[in-house]
Design a protein around this ligand. Sequence first.
Ligand SMILES: [Zn+2]
Length: 85
Amino acid sequence: MKKQRKCQGCKKTLDSDLMHKITLEKKSGKIFFNPSSKILGRSAYVCKNKECIKALLKKRTLKNALKTTETKEIEELLQSLIVES
Ligand SMILES: [Zn+2]
């Protein structure tokens, strides 16, 4: 059975392989794009589409989901995902 995760952009629940995983690493406190789930820490998900990533940039819900104040790091990560997708 596939894992279901909630997108922080549109708040829909989808299969996790349709989503980007973003993780706040417990050890370093840094934020990573975490497609292989190798990084351990608090994670949040967003659909693999620009609309949801842009919504996250706007609403800053990712900051709350990851319980971090590293707004700039999150912005840079999300911008890089927009470029890739
Ligand atoms: Zn979404």
